[in-house]
Design a protein around this ligand. Structure first.
Ligand code: 5RP
Length: 229
């Protein structure tokens, strides 16, 4: 069921892309669906992928790729999310690409987020921990500091070695004691020396595309989404 909701939302989100646009592509399984649909549509746009994972799929599907060095302003950024709340704040980074995703979102004129309805929450932190990308050199002091916010777990690969981001860094998944002020938490986490970025996204969503049992809904504000919840 969830896979179908995801695909329906992906179909709708792909329609946001038109000829000549420069478009950021976030990472994750929902974005993989969007990229496959864009490949079939053969739309003549230029795309900047947030991860090696999504870059591979985009290349295979024949999308024209570029970089932020060449295009520093984007018309649109398309992305998935792990949780979205009624203020349109998000937790992202289950796929480990949140640093590049946040850079792309901030460089874009419009940000469209694509999810199935299981990602909608009344309050952030319901299911998802907050991913925090850190320099491997700083792993010890950062782990100690993160205990002030909750319970940090170093993300590991199968075999037990630390998971590495596309930037060559580690990730702590932080189960927060409380997440009532995401803006403050985002700021405080990023102020720790050695933290590269965290998965809290505040005020970056222009439109939310949600797949659910009744079809697809597009919300332009958290208030609209809250009525649906
Ligand atoms: C990757 C992300 C993804 O957008 C998020 O994890 C959602 O992934 P999926 O579509 O697979 O549920 O933030 O860094």
């Amino acid at each position: 069921m969830r896979e179908l909701w995801k695909r329906m939302a992906a179909e709708r989100a792909a329609q946001e892309v038109s000829r000549g646009m420069v478009v950021g592509l976030g990472s994750g399984t929902t974005m993989a669906e969007v990229v496959k649909i864009l490949g079939k549509s053969r739309v003549r746009a230029t795309f900047i992928p947030a991860s090696k994972f999504i870059e591979r799929i985009a290349k295979k599907r024949g999308l024209r790729l570029s970089t932020l060095e060449i295009h520093s302003d984007l018309d649109l950024h398309l992305d998935g999310a792990d949780e979205v709340d009624p203020r349109f704040h998000m937790i992202k980074g289950r796929g480990g690409a949140m640093a590049r995703e946040k850079i792309l979102a901030k460089a874009a004129r419009r940000v469209v987020i694509v999810v199935d309805k299981t990602k909608l929450v009344r309050r952030l932190g319901k299911h998802a921990p907050v991913p925090v990308e850190v320099l491997p050199f700083a792993v010890g002091p950062i782990r100690k500091k993160l205990h002030e916010f909750g319970k940090p777990m170093l993300r590991v690969r199968s075999g037990g070695r630390p998971y590495l981001t596309d930037n060559g860094n580690y990730i702590f998944d932080l189960k927060c004691r409380q997440l009532s002020d995401p803006q403050k938490l985002e700021r405080e986490l990023n102020a720790i020396p050695g933290v590269v970025e965290n998965g809290i996204f505040v005020g970056l969503v222009d439109e939310l595309v949600v797949g659910h049992e009744g079809g697809v809904s597009v919300f332009k504000s958290g208030k609209e989404m809250a009525e649906f919840l």
